[in-house]
Design a binder for this molecule. Sequence first.
Ligand code: HEC
Length: 195
Amino acid sequence: MTYKKLVWGAVALVLVGTSSIMLRAAETSGPAASIPLDTVTDYIHAVIQADREIYTKNVVERMQAKGIVVASEDWQVKNTLPLPAQFLIDSAHLVARTTNIRVRLVSLWPINKQNGPATEFERTGLANVISQPDRPHTGFFENGRKWYFQALYSDRAVSQACIGCHNAHPDSPKRNFKQNDVMGGILITIPAAGQ
Ligand code: HEC
């Protein structure tokens, strides 16, 4: 082996060595974590939406169409399935036990009055997602010296079951929902800083 080859070999070894050290460092510490808050709520919303849609289409609608079991509010006593809204609200309560993430279903035409807009943010947010369903309405608020970020996403009638049930429900103030209409919103609240 010539002297030149030895030198190049040593240079190559050092290069490979340093890059693997750098890779290892990136694996453990990662780049500076800075995901925008609206991206975080987009992620949470995507998971909620997927779970809810799959539950509505693949469980509620399928079981109902086959005449096996229906979904109803008093599912615990009637041995029926929970409503999609109850599925979402109950899951959100479970998440709230161990995290600072809050999820709420709201609407200008609520079957359950508790799901009506409770703040100015919810009221203007609902009006905004009705006119622009593809863009969430976002904002910040302070509570007990802590800052929170909120994003309200449109909640659309993704299937026949949504409108069938809401249009027929005795407590529903609106009876003419059509497929794909914005029926309300999904409000996601997260801490705006590490806490
Ligand atoms: C079998 C009946 C039924 C089906 C199917 C159903 N809902 Fe509901 N939904 C309800 C009831 C009842 C409530 C009130 C639940 C509560 O007590 O908070 C509700 C609540 C809601 C709310 C909160 C405002 C309100 O009306 O209280 C929204 C928004 C909503 N549903 C949208 C949807 C969408 C979108 C779908 C389809 C993916 C859907 N619902 C499917 C019965 C139904």
